[in-house]
Design a protein around this ligand. Structure first.
Ligand SMILES: NC(=O)c1ccc[n+]([C@@H]2O[C@H](COP(=O)([O-])OP(=O)(O)OC[C@H]3O[C@@H](n4cnc5c(N)ncnc54)[C@H](O)[C@@H]3O)[C@@H](O)[C@H]2O)c1
Length: 311
């Protein structure tokens, strides 16, 4: 095609995309149905994963719950069964590639092809770089980033064959804007953000537009994972309640949005960090006290307490 005509078509296309995006802000977009979809949630035994699983079950999806916390996972399954949902739950350590492949096989045999995959399991030790051990660094990267590669490799082929599916990456605002006191967590979340972006573009390259991706980047959420962390201006940046975080993630999934940053105000911080001089970003970080946020971190999860030698 003539280059000049291509440029005109691109201009029309871009204009209509911008108009549609604007309209989606004004007119509420209809939620898609997830009834009878087979939805696998990793880290479903507590916090955000548990609530996401419950939301999918409320809408009629069949749930597969993976976690290493058997008690928590059982509780989530009970919640789902109580509302009449169909649920399978398994102990699956997502830091172990072979276990993922084995459990994926089992999930397929029991529940059928997974059509919605929610990579949510995550850990944070909350230690400075010079304090964290090599093993803790490796574990964080395995759970928070590498696991996404293995789960997607296990379930994407069938999604591609059917040109139908949805891959959800629960990353973090810390996968866009860093914070000190957890370099391995930041690196793991930047990796999961990068993984999502790369995967999304490959799906578009192969024109598999029936397979959707959603990247969720929540700010600090009151699940207990980041207990005790403080901000200089807490009224400006309150932690999210788990239900509001999950509501926004669900809305993004059900409207096939490719990315959601929660709360919206964090888009502003993220955008500023991309164009401002780096020294200015550092000065703002210092002023807002985020350089010291993690100093008051309280380990509450068993693995965090063990790493901090609290028990
Ligand atoms: N809580 C926050 O402030 C916050 C903010 C942004 C992003 N996130 C992300 O959201 C996700 C969920 O966090 P949350 O706040 O619900 O934390 P959480 O600690 O309540 O839940 C994490 C779940 O993952 C499970 N898990 C840990 N290691 C696992 C493994 N190896 N295999 C399988 N399951 C494993 C845990 O047992 C737990 O049930 C994480 O990826 C986290 O990084 C959390």
């Amino acid at each position: 095609m003539n280059f000049f005509i291509e440029c005109i078509l691109l201009t029309f296309n871009l204009t209509s995309i911008f108009m549609m995006s604007l309209l989606r802000w004004i007119i509420p977009t209809k939620h898609k149905s997830v009834k009878d979809e087979v939805c696998l949630v990793t880290g479903a035994g507590s916090g955000i994963g548990r609530l996401l699983a419950f939301e999918f079950a409320k809408r009629g999806a069949v749930l597969i719950l993976w976690d290493i916390d058997n008690i928590g996972n059982r509780e989530t399954a009970d919640m789902i069964e109580k509302i009449g949902g169909k649920v399978f739950f398994e102990n699956c350590d997502v830091s172990d590639r072979e276990e993922i492949y084995k459990m994926a096989q089992k999930a397929r045999m029991e529940a059928g092809d997974v059509t919605i995959l929610v990579n949510n399991a995550g850990i944070v030790y909350g230690k400075d770089f010079m304090e964290i051990t090599d093993e803790e660094i490796e574990k964080t990267i395995k759970v928070n980033s590498l696991a996404h590669f293995w789960t997607v490799r296990a379930f994407l082929p069938r999604m591609l064959e059917n040109n139908h599916g949805h891959i959800v990456t629960v990353a973090s605002v810390l996968g866009l804007i860093p914070l000190p006191g957890m370099t391995e967590y930041i690196a793991s979340k930047f990796a999961s953000v990068g993984f999502n972006h790369g995967l999304e573009l490959e799906l578009r390259k192969y024109q598999k537009d029936g397979v959707k991706t959603t990247l969720a980047c929540p700010h600090h959420t009151n699940t207990g994972m980041f207990s005790g962390i403080t901000y200089r201006f807490p009224s400006l940046l309150k932690p999210l309640e788990p239900f509001e975080c999950v509501e926004s993630i669900m809305h993004a999934i059900l409207t096939n949005r490719s990315m959601v940053v929660i709360p919206r105000s964090m888009y502003f911080s993220y955008n500023m960090s991309t164009w401002m001089p780096h020294a200015a970003t550092l000065a703002i970080s210092k002023f807002t006290g985020i350089l010291k946020s993690m100093e008051s971190f309280i380990p509450t999860r068993d693995y965090q307490k063990k790493a901090a030698k609290i028990e």
